[in-house]
Design a protein around this ligand. Structure first.
Ligand SMILES: NC(=O)c1ccc[n+]([C@@H]2O[C@H](COP(=O)([O-])OP(=O)(O)OC[C@H]3O[C@@H](n4cnc5c(N)ncnc54)[C@H](O)[C@@H]3O)[C@@H](O)[C@H]2O)c1
Length: 328
C-alpha cells in the first residue's frame, strides 16, 4: 500500500513515520511512503518500500495534485499551523489549515474522476473545536462551537471530511486528539507547553515553570497513544460511523495536581521539587477554558485505546524518550 503523510516533520508525524518504518500498516505491507512538510522530513528506511521526502508548503497548491497523483491508499493529514500561531496570524492559519485541507481533499476528488479512487483520509483534529461553556464531562454529541481561529479551522476540516466521505470521494475520519503529553524535545511557546515541561524537565534534573494553579484539569494522551489512534483509524472499517466521521479520542483526565503526584510516584520528591510556581493569569484563563474530560463512547466502541493513568503516560515518556536516548 502507498501512504502520504503531511506534517511528517512534526512531533506526531516523526513518531508516526517511525512506527510505519516497520513496513506494515495493520496487516498490509507498505510499498511507498511519501513524507511532506515545510521542513524536509528526515528520510527513513522502510523494508521493501520506496520512501520519498519533500519540503513543500501546503498553502502553495501546485504540489498537491502530484502527491495525490501517486494515488496513496492512506493519507495522514497532520500538517497544521498550530493554535497560538493560527490565532496570531489569521491569514496564515486559514491558508494552511482550511485552504490547504480543502485542496488536499479536492485533489483526491479530482483524481477519482479519471479512474475509481477512494483513499482512507485520516485528519488530525483537536479539542480546540470546543468553546466554553463546557460541561465537566463532554459526551460525543456535544456541539463543536470553537472560540478561536485554530479550532474553527479544525471544525471546518471535520465538516469537509464528512462531506467528501458522504459523496464517496474518500473514506475519511477526523480524530480530535487530546493534549499530547509528554511532548519530547525542547520547551515550545505553546500556552499548553507547561503540561509537558513540568514532567519532562524534572525527569532530567531541570527546573520547570508552572504558570497555573494545580486545580487546572485537562484531557491527555501520550504521543505513543496518538500514533496508535492514527494507525488504528487507517486500518478499521469506518462504516459504523455513518455520516458523522468525527471522533473524540480517549484519554486521561488529570489535574495539574494529579500530574505532579504521578511525577512524585514515578520519579520521587526531588523531581517534583523542581517545579517552580510562577502564576500567569493569561495562560490560566486560556487553558482553564479547555475540555477537562470526555466520555468518548463511539471511539471506545471502535477500540481506540489511550493510557488509563497519568503514571502510565510518564512511564511511556521514560521508555520512549529517556531509555531510548540513553541507548543511542
Ligand atoms: N500535539 C497535540 O497536543 C495536538 C493536539 C490536538 C491536535 N493536534 C494536531 O495534530 C497534528 C500534529 O501535531 P503536532 O503536535 O505534531 O504538531 P507540530 O507543530 O509538531 O507538527 C505540525 C507540522 O505541520 C507542519 N506544517 C505547518 N505548516 C505547514 C505548511 N504550510 N505546509 C506543510 N507543512 C506544514 C509543521 O512544519 C510541523 O512539522 C496537527 O494537525 C495538530 O493540529 C496536535
Amino acid at each position: 500500500m502507498r501512504i502520504l503523510v503531511t506534517g511528517a516533520a512534526g512531533m506526531i508525524g516523526v513518531k508516526l513515520v517511525q512506527r510505519l518504518s516497520t513496513g506494515h500498516l495493520g496487516s498490509r505491507k507498505i510499498t511507498a511512503l511519501h513524507l511532506v512538510d515545510v521542513w524536509e522530513p528526515k528520510p527513513v528506511t522502510v523494508p521493501g518500500a520506496r520512501v520519498t521526502t519533500e519540503a513543500c508548503d501546503l498553502a502553495a497548491p501546485e504540489a498537491i495534485p502530484r502527491w495525490i497523483g501517486e494515488r496513496p491508499d492512506v493519507v495522514f493529514h497532520l500538517a497544521a499551523v498550530v493554535s497560538a500561531e493560527a490565532e496570531a496570524d489569521f491569514e496564515k492559519g486559514y491558508k494552511v489549515n482550511l485552504d490547504g485541507t480543502f485542496r488536499l481533499l479536492d485533489a483526491i476528488r479530482v483524481q477519482g474522476l479519471a479512474a475509481s479512487y477512494r483513499p482512507r483520509f485520516v485528519f488530525a483534529s483537536s479539542l480546540a473545536v470546543f468553546g466554553t461553556p463546557l460541561p465537566e464531562v463532554i459526551e460525543d454529541d456535544f456541539p463543536a462551537i470553537p472560540l478561536g481561529s485554530y479550532g474553527t479551522q479544525k471544525a471546518a476540516g471535520e465538516l469537509l471530511v464528512n462531506d467528501f466521505s458522504r459523496k464517496g470521494y474518500l473514506d475519511g475520519v477526523s480524530l480530535r486528539l487530546p493534549v499530547i503529553c509528554v511532548r519530547p524535545g525542547a520547551p515550545n511557546k505553546a500556552a499548553s507547553g507547561f503540561f509537558s515541561s513540568i514532567i519532562r524537565e524534572p525527569l532530567t534534573g531541570r527546573e520547570a515553570v508552572l504558570p497555573v494553579p494545580e486545580t487546572i484539569r485537562a484531557w491527555h494522551a501520550s504521543p505513543r497513544a496518538a500514533v496508535g489512534f492514527l494507525i488504528h483509524a487507517a486500518s478499521i472499517d469506518l462504516a459504523p460511523l455513518g455520516a458523522n466521521r468525527t471522533l473524540n479520542m480517549p484519554g486521561v483526565s488529570a489535574s495539574v495536581g494529579d500530574q505532579i503526584e504521578a511525577l512524585r510516584r514515578v520519579a520521587g520528591n526531588d523531581a517534583a521539587a523542581l517545579i517552580r510556581r510562577e502564576h500567569d493569569p493569561a495562560i490560566e484563563r486560556l487553558v482553564g477554558s479547555w475540555p477537562k474530560a470526555f466520555h468518548p463512547r463511539r471511539a471506545t466502541a471502535l477500540e481506540f485505546k489511550a493510557e488509563t493513568s497519568f503514571d502510565e503516560i510518564i512511564r511511556i515518556h521514560i521508555e520512549d524518550e529517556l531509555r531510548g536516548a540513553a541507548r543511542t
